[in-house]
Design a protein around this ligand. Structure first.
Ligand code: SIN
Ligand code: CO
Length: 377
């Protein structure tokens, strides 16, 4: 993607300008971000998805002034009738289940894949919404069908109403109000309070991002680094030929503390180990994701990543679905291109080394990628 090219999606800003002026800084309303937008997943497909075990969904309803929450799977009979007002069904990670929705998410690939989370779709009956709240992540709210009135504001007081199943701000002070029509989009930075209320039946697509917190990320990375270190067969054993006899056997020897400290410092001192663990952690598929292995060899002229595959790279490694490979030279460039564009052309496949082709074939067998004939391009 040419990040200096102005995009209707960003109201005529280029991705470079958007990131400089708005990302993490201030909201942006874009009228007709996608003119003539036809939602790839409509109401009945969405409500059907909400009933599936492997799909993450919620039903939020306001009844007699109370907020009710039910987690999915949501059988059709648990969803209120379409003419009952003030309810909404939210389905998370629709990009994992639908190619067209995945393609829509890729329009936002001017943000690193490591930060892109998922595309959530909400369907609401008249008056439905999730109430005034704020999220800790950036979000693009794309109006897909019907109309939604958004009220937004910088939140001074983050206090929530107590004892509710949903996060509702105790004191919401909106500063701006917009009525979004199909194809309109609102970008909100983290922490901006917002309340979107459906006017008639309404569907909103939310493009969400993920921001790891430092403790959680350290936990994941350290676990992986420790696992990798534990696999090393030549790790030195603790030895204590100078240990004297003790009258206090419960006390941990200082020498053993030093041994442990050195062991941990050695693992941390290897920059590659940290980078490798980070890449593996960032590409680990979500727990509800699985791949269907391919049905036998196909003619590998063009290669496309499966919509569920997460693929990234750093200067020395290629990461795909929680696994890593060291790569350099032309093969590394080819795999980096696959990670960036999620596909390789027949010319690119033809230029791959035998080793790279073997890897691509193994990923196709596992269902992580798909071999297509050149005609499908
Ligand atoms: C919605 O689609 O109703 C909720 C989206 C959000 O507030 O983040
Ligand atoms: Co929100």
């Amino acid at each position: 993607m040419d990040v200096r090219q102005p995009l209707p999606l960003l109201g005529g800003l280029s991705p470079a300008q958007f990131m400089r002026l708005h990302w993490h800084k201030k909201p942006l309303l874009v009228r007709q971000a996608i003119a003539g937008f036809t939602p790839p997943v409509g109401r009945s497909a969405l409500l059907q998805m909400a009933g599936q075990e492997e799909v993450e969904s919620r039903l939020i309803q306001q009844r007699d002034g109370r907020w009710l929450l039910r987690h999915g799977p949501l059988p059709r009979r648990s969803i209120p009738s379409l003419n009952t007002p003030q309810w909404t069904v939210l389905v998370q990670g629709v990009d994992l289940h639908n190619d067209a929705v995945h393609a829509l998410l890729q329009r936002f690939a001017f943000v690193p894949q490591a930060r892109l989370d998922d595309l959530m779709i909400s369907y609401a009956s008249d008056g439905g919404g999730v109430g005034p709240h704020f999220d800790s992540y950036d979000v693009f709210l794309l109006q897909a069908q019907g109309r939604r009135r958004w009220r937004i504001g910088r939140q001074k007081n983050p206090r929530l109403l107590p004892d509710l199943p949903v996060k509702i701000l105790a004191q919401f002070e909106p500063e701006e109000e917009y009525l979004l029509e199909p194809g309109d989009m609102l970008y909100l930075p983290p922490g901006w309070a917002h309340d979107g209320v459906a006017e008639g039946e309404c569907m909103t697509y939310s493009i969400g991002f993920r921001s790891p917190d430092s403790a959680g990320l350290a936990h994941e990375v350290l676990l992986r680094m420790a696992d990798a270190a534990a696999d090393e067969t030549d790790a030195p054993l603790y030895r204590d030929p100078k240990q004297s006899a003790v009258a206090t056997p419960g006390a941990i020897p200082a020498q053993l503390q030093d041994f442990a400290r050195n062991a941990v410092q050695q693992i941390l001192a290897d920059p590659q180990a940290l980078e490798c663990a980070l890449g593996e952690a960032l590409t680990e598929p979500k727990p509800n994701v699985w791949f269907e292995p391919s049905q036998g060899p196909a003619l590998m002229e063009r290669v496309e990543l499966d919509r569920r595959t997460r693929m990234m790279y750093d200067a020395r490694h290629i990461f795909i679905n929680g696994e890593s490979w060291q790569a350099e030279g032309q093969d590394a460039q080819l795999m980096q291109r696959l990670a960036d564009t999620r596909a390789l052309s027949p010319q690119e496949v033809a230029s791959a080394s035998d080793q790279a082709l073997e890897l691509l074939a193994a990923w196709c067998d596992a269902g992580w990628a798909h071999a297509r004939s050149a005609k499908a391009e």
